[in-house]
Design a protein around this ligand. Structure first.
Ligand code: AMP
Length: 289
């Protein structure tokens, strides 16, 4: 496995892969790998000649009072994991190299960001699409791999690729969970012991909400209320949001009669956690989006 730390070297190598007609699978991450990341890398490995993973904790997507400094990092361990999975190139750029100057161009997102995490984290998705546009142009992948754990991110990246004609195919994989249902997240290590005990209730509550739909309830307000109450009754976290919206458009729905996202975010002291379920009108989990 080759470790590349400069933008210019990465971009030059990417050009050479294009000339050699090699397919490139790209997994952008912020590091501190867990099985969610590994699943994306393995899928990329199956479908491409070359797998490139990037590690970059992108300052642009963190708000001033968010956890940029506290975000967990362990480069040495990540290098070992990536090597084990068979990643060909680990791209670890420096912030100074990604953003040598204050950016003149800023990307405006008109839709899909005035709800869910976009509402609580103003500017977050602007930071995400900025860094991904740069990474796509540096790495020039054939396919890029994202987890549906961050389903709003998937909806925004889908729009980014289509709106700007990035010549890359978006592949998404389902959320990988701990045995107790908690969605794997790099941030889970920052939870206190008692918070870690509460945290799986986010998933349990979402599952409960989905079950209500399976049982025939079509009113989103009732489904959302069930989820809110369940999280409230079983955790000491502060609920940021519980929402049920159309997916991937992320519009309010008056009745559950299409593919929807049921999503929640909860602030614990150690970390803000998010989770979601994507399902159809009968409550059946969506396998492909
Ligand atoms: P991050 O390092 O948190 O930015 O995540 C990098 C990629 O891994 C993103 O596409 C995430 O959606 C994905 N990812 C993170 N956690 C999970 C998970 N539990 N299951 C599946 N994919 C995940």
């Amino acid at each position: 496995m080759k470790i590349i730390r400069t933008v210019s070297e990465m971009q030059n190598l990417a050009f050479s892969f294009i000339l050699e007609n090699k397919t490139v699978g790209f997994v952008p991450t912020m590091g501190f790998f867990h099985e969610g990341h590994v699943a994306l890398m393995k899928q990329a490995k199956k479908e491409n000649d070359i797998v490139i993973t990037s590690i970059f904790v992108n300052p642009l997507q963190f708000g001033p009072s968010e956890d940029y400094e506290q975000y967990p990092r362990d480069e040495e361990q990540d290098i070992m994991n990536a090597k084990d999975v068979g990643v060909d190139i680990l791209f670890i750029p420096q912030t100074q190299d990604m953003y040598p100057n204050k950016m003149v161009i800023s990307m405006d997102i008109k839709d899909r960001v005035n709800v869910l995490c976009g509402k609580t984290r103003p500017g977050h998705f602007q930071g995400v699409v900025t860094v991904l546009s740069k990474l796509f142009l540096i790495v020039q992948p054939t396919r890029t791999y994202f987890g549906r754990k961050d389903a709003q991110q998937v909806a925004v990246v889908d729009a980014l690729i289509k709106d700007l004609n990035f010549p890359v195919e978006l592949v998404t994989l389902p959320t990988i969970r701990e045995k107790d249902g908690l969605a794997k997240s790099s941030r889970n290590v920052n939870l206190r012991e008692d918070e870690r005990v509460d945290a799986p209730w986010i998933y349990k509550a979402l599952e409960y909400g989905r079950q209500v739909v399976v049982d025939g309830e079509k009113n989103p307000a009732i489904v959302v209320k069930e989820v809110l109450d369940t999280i409230d009754n079983h955790t000491n976290g502060k609920i940021d949001y519980v929402e049920l919206l159309s997916y991937p458009e992320l519009k309010p729905v008056s009745t559950v009669d299409q593919q929807v996202i049921l999503a929640a975010a909860v602030f614990f002291e150690g970390a803000r956690l998010i989770d979601n379920l994507l399902f159809d009108r009968s409550g059946e989990i969506v396998k492909h989006i």
